[in-house]
Design a binder for this molecule. Structure first.
Ligand SMILES: Cc1ncc(COP(=O)(O)O)c(C=O)c1O
Length: 288
C-alpha cells in the first residue's frame, strides 16, 4: 500500500485544488517545529459530511484559542470541503481539515508574521478500530495524563495535545490493545487518544465531564440520543476505581463513531443491548 503522500487525487491547499503529491510544505514551517497546528476529523456519509458546519466552527475556535486566527470563514471552509469531495468523487470518506502557521519571516517561537495556512484532504477510511466494532475494543491504560486546562488549551483540537496520544497508542498496540484510555491530571477517567468514553451501570450512563478533555461532537450527539430515550446521563468526574463496577462501555468520535469496548486494563465489559442500540442508531442518524 502506498503512503498517504503518494496517492492520486486532489487536495485543497490555500484556496486551490492541487495534485495530491504536490500538497507539500517547506521544512521551516513553524507548525513542524512548534506544533502551531489545529485540525478536524470528519466523516462523509452518502455524500454529506455529518455536522460539517459544527466541525468548521470548532476549527475556527481552536485557531482562536491558539492565538492563530484562521483567515477563512465557516462558509469558505464548507466550500473547500465540498470542492475536495467533488474533485475526488467521494461519497463515503474521512475528511481532514488542517490549519497551521506556515514558513515566513519568523523562525523562533514567536510567529505572528508567518501566514496561517489551511488544507483539506479526504480519503476512503473504514472502521477506525477494525473489527472491534463488533467484538469490543481492548484498551490499555495510558501512563500519560491528560493535562490541566491551565497548562494547554485542552478544548482546542490542536496538534500539541496529540503528542502523548501517539506515544500512548504505540504502547497500547505493543500490548495487543486497540487504544489507550487516559486519566487526567487529577486522576479522573478522561478520554481515549482520539475518542470520548461512556459507561453503563444499572441502566444509566456515566461519562467524564468535559472540563479537561475534548467535548467531542459525537459525544454531544450521543448524549442527546440517550436523553431522547429517557436514559439518565451523568456527566461527572469518574474515578478509575469505578471501572470495576461498570457493565458496558463504548467510545465515541467522528472517526471512531460508536465503538463498543470489551476491556480496559484488567476490567471487562459486555457488548450489551444499550451499546448495540446506540451504535446502530448513530449509524442511522449520520445517514439520515
Ligand atoms: C482526543 C479526542 N477526544 C475526543 C474526540 C472525539 O471528538 P469528535 O466526536 O468531535 O470527533 C477526538 C476526535 O476528534 C479526539 O481526538
Amino acid at each position: 500500500m502506498s503512503g498517504y503522500d503518494d496517492r492520486d487525487g486532489k487536495i485543497w491547499m490555500d484556496d486551490q485544488l492541487v495534485d495530491w503529491r504536490d500538497a507539500n510544505v517547506h521544512i521551516l514551517t513553524h507548525a513542524l517545529h512548534y506544533a502551531s497546528s489545529v485540525f478536524e476529523g470528519e466523516r462523509l456519509y452518502d455524500g454529506k459530511i455529518f455536522l460539517s458546519r459544527k466541525h468548521s466552527e470548532r476549527l475556527l475556535k481552536s485557531g482562536e484559542m491558539m492565538d492563530m486566527p484562521i483567515p477563512y470563514t465557516v462558509d469558505e471552509i464548507e466550500a473547500a470541503k465540498r470542492a475536495v469531495v467533488e474533485a475526488n468523487g467521494l461519497t463515503n470518506a474521512y475528511v481532514r481539515v488542517v490549519a497551521w502557521r506556515g514558513a515566513g519571516e519568523d523562525m523562533g517561537v514567536s510567529s505572528a508574521r508567518n501566514p496561517v495556512r489551511m488544507a483539506v484532504a479526504a480519503w476512503a477510511w473504514g472502521d477506525y478500530y477494525g473489527d472491534a466494532k463488533m467484538q469490543g475494543a481492548k484498551l490499555d491504560i495510558a501512563k500519560w495524563k491528560r493535562p490541566s486546562p491551565e497548562t494547554i488549551p485542552t478544548a482546542a483540537k490542536a496538534a500539541g495535545l496529540y503528542m502523548i496520544c501517539t506515544m500512548s497508542k504505540h504502547a497500547a498496540e505493543a500490548k495487543g490493545c486497540s487504544d489507550a484510555l487516559f486519566m487526567d491530571y487529577r486522576g479522573y477517567v478522561a478520554e481515549a487518544t482520539g475518542a470520548n468514553v461512556f459507561f453503563v451501570k444499572d441502566g444509566e450512563v456515566h461519562t467524564p465531564l468535559p472540563d479537561a478533555i475534548l467535548n467531542g461532537l459525537t459525544r454531544q450527539t450521543v448524549i442527546g440520543m440517550l436523553k431522547d430515550r429517557g436514559i439518565a446521563v451523568h456527566e461527572r468526574h469518574i474515578m478509575p476505581e469505578e471501572l470495576e463496577g461498570f457493565e458496558q462501555c463504548w467510545l465515541t468520535g467522528s472517526a471512531a463513531e460508536v465503538t463498543p469496548v470489551g476491556q480496559i486494563g484488567e476490567h471487562t465489559f459486555e457488548v450489551g443491548a444499550l451499546t448495540r442500540e446506540i451504535a446502530e442508531s448513530y449509524e442511522k442518524l449520520v445517514r439520515s
